[in-house]
Write a protein that binds this ligand. Sequence first.
Ligand code: NAD
Length: 464
Amino acid sequence: MEDDRPAQPGSSADVMSRKGFLQAASRVVAVGVAGGIVASCQSGGQTPSYPVPTSSTYNGAGGQQIPTSPPYSPPANVPDAADKPIELEAWKSDADRKSAPVPSPLPDEERVGYALVGLGHLTLEELLPAFGNCKKSKPVALVSGSPEKLHKVARQYGIKPASCYSYADYDKLKDNPEVQVIYIVLPNSMHAEFTIRGAQAGKHILCEKPMANSSAECQAMIDACKKANRKLMVAYRIQYEPYNRYVREQLQKNEYGKPKFVDAFNCQSSANPKHWRHIKALAGGGALPDIGLYCLNTTRFILGEEPTEVFAYTHSDPDNPLFKEVEEVCSWQMKFPSGLIANCATHYNVHDSRQYRVMTERGWYELENAYAYTGQKLTTSHADGPIVRQENVSIAPKNQFTAEIDYFSTCILDDIAPYSTGEEGLQDQRIMEAIYQSAREGKPVKLPRIDKKDAFRGPEPQLQ
Ligand code: NAD
């Protein structure tokens, strides 16, 4: 039987016969790899690592003489375990940024199956595409009120017709063994009910932010998941996003001294007064729970501290139908046990601006597009003798949704407590309730002092 493996350097097959060489070369052409001569790695008279082409050519369809190279597999470390990356022969110097490890996706049958509930903007524009890069997760079921959307999206993402559910059939997810996680991507007022019913159906829950519309709802969600012995994670994607994680790491190390002041804002413009985001019973509030929450949660996340007091203003233009029920703008300050003050703002009626600056004793970190899906730009500044150094920190891009979803799958596969817990979502809700109370009463509102760092988060995630 002919041995189809490429010759290894130093083996007896290393020196190819002319016939063998021509056969190998034709196989390369057959798989469409035609072209240039590979440079030899020969050095100091040693045996070359790569088989060097002799003067051989392949006859192209038009009679052209195309140079051929012998096929060869350079040395590589190929671990058996699917989740351990293949390590390829290195070729780049340390002068450039290291590339990420080779993706090591789990085989399809070992991945965690997700049911996505709600086929709106986030699911269709971000989440389903993000599953395409997931290594441990796959979409296996959909829940929607629109049979047309269900039909089309199921075909696009290879989901079985039997795994498409209407809201009336939601509880039938219980009988679908492919579904391990329910990802709730519904208007905020529906998060509590669908989480509780999902946990009762025996599924783990990944719930979009804000966790719910009140701290009582958040507590009921936590209790239901505990009772059903199912994991609950709130989808705070920023906590899995590399730039924000980097800022957190630097601050925790006091790289430029202690953090002293945070200035954060997350603003955008909205236009449709009929959308659920402008109906208080569905959204719970306006700009604050929808986008201001990013300033609140991310500030808590990068500092690891909990505020002890808040003071806030809200305002809504009385002539604008968008803001009949929910606030247009909310601006608030938070005081932390270390003495740090955070100044935060969120707006539903200005051109988008999503950034923060953390001022420390001897420097600052400024993250542009801090809360956006892409486009983070990090600048740091500190003095170095007579010089002020401003640096742009560039981190390899990573899809935040992919990172977050795969991290939750790791929690399930390895039985780890999630990082962005239900308690983390509840704490944000409590603080938002204090912010609204302060705005109503026109005075600061105190919160219970919590000295423990990262008091509401699970074990630090090991992200791949
Ligand atoms: P959307 O309006 O685009 O989609 C909501 C979906 O819910 C739609 O498919 C709609 O049909 C369905 N739905 C079911 N019952 C409904 C009802 N009574 N009223 C309105 N819609 C109903 O909203 P979205 O932007 O996809 O947001 C969904 C959730 O995801 C929200 O909780 C939001 O805060 C969150 N979100 C998170 C991020 C993030 O970056 N993590 C980004 C956007 C939205």
